[in-house]
Design a protein around this ligand. Structure first.
Ligand code: UDP
Ligand code: MN
Length: 246
């Protein structure tokens, strides 16, 4: 049968949160082998997220892990230097490591941000991952898509097309890879950290598990885009309707 896809989604409260989670929950409802691990960036789990999960008919785990105040970030650092989703992704990894068993639970782990756009075709590709799979991500890295470059003869990954630091060890967005569950369960030191350089979270995390040569190119040899790094504009809200969850 299909492996279970453990999709770890960090999420935080803002006006568009319900819209984002509604959109991706309804994508995931079309994926038979999903286990959605939703991690709220909050002190407490919220009713808003609880209701979306309960209404979704998806197998889910609901967690929370609040991002601590950024001691690591110096005052003069610009906002883009902030790492996002670190605490939440680590909480998701910890849950998997605490609750699943090596060689027993067959699965693949995917980091699924709440604001991206996902084709249901992506999850068929993720289901094929043996160790670490990669594919193109649209609308990121300063290009219309960021993608692995394959050797024509061997079909292996030899580099990356990216408009931003293509020389990164793995010039791949968070949405552009998935990792076998047994690897996640055995490489316990593999976590995200605030110490990582801006934009190198993916590279450093992937380095725990694999090398460029061993990546498995998916999505028709990285010629199809099934996920887009969309970002939702912050709406201008001048007033609030009382007693209405939006
Ligand atoms: N996120 C979070 N807390 C924050 C900011 C972001 O949990 O304070 C989540 C967000 O919901 C998303 C992920 O972390 O799932 C990545 O954040 P974002 O999409 O803002 O990052 P970008 O795509 O701009 O790199
Ligand atoms: Mn995003």
């Amino acid at each position: 049968g299909l492996p279970t896809i453990y999709a770890i989604t960090p999420t935080y409260y803002r006006h568009v949160q319900k819209a984002e989670l509604t959109r991706i929950s309804q994508t995931l409802a079309l994926v038979p082998n999903i286990h959605w691990v939703v991690v709220e960036d909050s002190e407490e789990k919220t009713d808003l997220v609880r209701r979306i999960l309960n209404d979704s008919n998806i197998i889910f785990t609901h967690l929370n892990a609040k991002t601590p105040p950024f001691e690591q970030l110096k005052d003069k650092d610009p906002r883009w230097k902030k790492h996002r989703g670190v605490e939440q992704r680590n909480a998701g990894l910890k849950w998997l490591r605490d609750h699943l068993k090596v060689n027993e639970d067959k699965g693949v782990v995917y980091f699924m941000d709440d604001d991206n756009t996902y084709s249901i075709k992506l999850f068929k590709e993720i289901s094929k991952v043996k160790r670490v799979g990669v594919w193109p991500v649209g609308l990121v890295g300063g290009l219309n898509a960021e993608l692995p470059i394959l050797d024509e003869k061997t079909g292996k990954v030899i580099g990356y097309k990216s408009g931003w630091k293509p020389d990164r060890p793995f010039a791949i967005d968070m949405a552009g890879f998935a990792i076998n569950l047994d690897l996640i369960l055995t490489k316990l030191q593999a976590n995200f950290s605030y110490k990582m350089e801006h934009g190198l979270q993916e590279s450093e995390f992937l380095s725990f598990f694999t090398t460029k040569e061993n990546l498995e190119p998916l999505a028709s040899n990285c010629t199809e885009v099934y996920v887009w790094h969309t970002r939702t504009e912050k709406p201008k809200i001048n007033g609030l309707i009382p007693d209405l969850e939006v």
